[in-house]
Write a protein that binds this ligand. Structure first.
Ligand SMILES: C[S@@+](CC[C@H](N)C(=O)[O-])C[C@H]1O[C@@H](n2cnc3c(N)ncnc32)[C@H](O)[C@@H]1O
Length: 451
């Protein structure tokens, strides 16, 4: 016996699920006959395999040749395997579409090449719609599953096996496409006088910088919450508190050393360590100017606590009184970073400063969702350019040296270089260093195009 293509739309049962079927047939016998057409199994591959394993003769039923074979197979499979997810049904539908199209062609051939409009109503229609109906999903799901089947057979298999969902596979495909597009463009590396992104541990790298040489530091270190950076796995970002904070003490100490006497430092942290990071910054001799709340809007949901959707940006300076603060910060194209006041927007008060005001210490900036245009594929914790740009434009001057000890996808580098600052950054991971450097090259090319 062989398996008819319509029988292969759903993956075969594996492991425990198959063992359960074998033991059920052993105990209760084969309850449902295996449907076949000649020597091809249409429905019941798993029962057939189970009977073979048990060494018993399978019970068959011959298909009566009526109706659509694909529809029969989909109906039986989907009804029987109620636990299969919508994504798995969509994958089955993408395969069913092929078989429905074959059936339609066959009908056409038998009808003497009649065009679809000459066929009876009952057999007319789009193979995709048939597949959608037969598998109980919408036609757009079938289209999405088909795209994944054609462009990434590996991902398609994962959907079939229930190892990923259609939505996740779509996102992954998008990332793969974006990576290919990005890698296809070969641009010159940024001028090292303006931008250097160096592979290495930030503590060692900072140690090689002279005292009092850096005007602004922005640091967004890992938060020790189990993020998988560069495939090292979540454990690498789940250190004992003492190790995490001990390391923070080292890099914060080095940052404080290299800051110019009027330099500023911003450290972004989550709620878990924010208080202790504040203490370390003060112990390093820095002066607190503010703690900015970044309200990310797209925060996670929680049912037993208030959902975390804020991060804390510690704003410190080396000197309590001498520092850069451009209250009329603007981009190089002249666009102001001041925001409209409520006097302007709500009360329409004529006395309001027409140029707006310096933003408060609560920043409503949406976090970067997976499909955000700005998003760098394959990097887990990219933050929005708008956020870092605000810091750079308010707290440094053109030509200043800006440092990010944890460069990641290169957000600070792009914000600095495209606004006329010099940048030096570090990252432990070679692949992030390369991707961030290429991102800066693209940003420079974009900027030059606009000029
Ligand atoms: C939270 S991410 C930074 C994200 C960055 N702000 C962005 O928008 O892309 C932290 C980065 O620090 C890097 N990293 C972790 N420990 C490091 C260390 N000791 N020295 C340098 N880089 C480190 C990680 O590889 C990761 O890329």
């Amino acid at each position: 016996m062989t398996f008819h293509p319509v029988a292969n739309m759903l993956p075969l049962l594996q492991g425990e699920a198959f063992d359960d079927l074998v033991s059920d047939i052993k105990t209760n016998g084969q309850r449902h006959a295996i449907l076949k057409a000649g020597n091809q199994i249409i429905d019941g591959r798993n029962r057939y395999r189970a009977c073979q394993k048990l060494g018993i003769k399978p019970v068959f039923e011959e298909w009566d040749g009526k109706g659509s074979l694909v529809e029969i197979s989909c109906g039986l499979n989907i009804k029987r395997r109620q636990i299969i997810s919508i994504s798995q049904r969509a994958a089955a539908g993408a395969l069913a579409e092929i078989e429905f199209a074959k059936e339609a062609k066959d009908r056409q051939r038998k009808a003497g090449g009649a065009v679809p409009s000459q066929l009876p109503e009952s057999v007319k229609g789009d193979a995709r719609d048939f597949a959608a109906r037969a598998c109980g999903v919408s036609a757009t799901y079938i289209t999405a599953a088909k795209k994944i089947r054609l462009e990434s057979p590996g991902l398609f298999k994962q959907i079939q096996n229930g190892e990923t969902t259609l939505a996740k596979a779509k996102r992954s495909l998008c990332r793969q496409e974006k990576t290919r597009r990005i890698e296809a463009v070969n641009l010159p590396a940024p001028d090292p006088k303006n931008c250097q992104i160096i592979k290495g541990d930030c503590v060692g790298q900072l140690e090689s910088l002279p005292w009092n040489s850096v005007r602004l530091i922005f640091a967004d270190s890992p938060y020790n919450i189990g993020i998988d950076y560069a495939g090292k796995g979540p454990k690498a970002d789940l250190k004992p508190d003492a190790d995490f904070l001990g390391k923070a003490k080292q890099w914060i100490g080095e940052c404080a050393r290299v800051l110019t006497p009027d330099g500023s430092m911003f450290v972004m942290m989550n709620s878990k360590y924010t208080d202790r990071i504040g203490v370390i910054l003060a112990d390093a001799g820095l002066h607190r100017r503010n703690i900015i709340i970044w309200h990310e809007e797209f925060g996670t949901h929680a049912s037993d606590n208030f959902a975390p959707c804020a991060r804390f940006i510690h704003y410190y300076t080396k000197d309590a009184k001498s520092f850069v603060f451009n209250s009329d910060a603007a981009r190089s194209n002249g666009a102001s970073l001041r925001v409209k006041s409520r006097r302007q927007t709500v009360y329409k008060d004529k006395r309001a400063d027409a140029s707006g005001k310096v933003p408060s210490n609560v920043w409503d900036i949406p976090r970067l969702v997976d499909n955000a245009a700005e998003r760098m594929p394959g990097f887990p914790t990219q933050i929005p350019l708008e956020l870092v740009e605000r810091i750079i434009l308010f707290c440094s001057e053109p030509g200043d040296l800006v440092i990010d000890p944890f460069t990641g996808s290169g957000t600070t580098a792009v914000a600095a270089v495209t606004n006329g600052r010099r940048f030096v950054g570090f990252d432990l991971e070679e692949k992030y260093v390369k991707a961030a450097t290429a991102r800066v090259s693209r940003a420079i090319a974009e900027m030059n195009k606009g000029n």
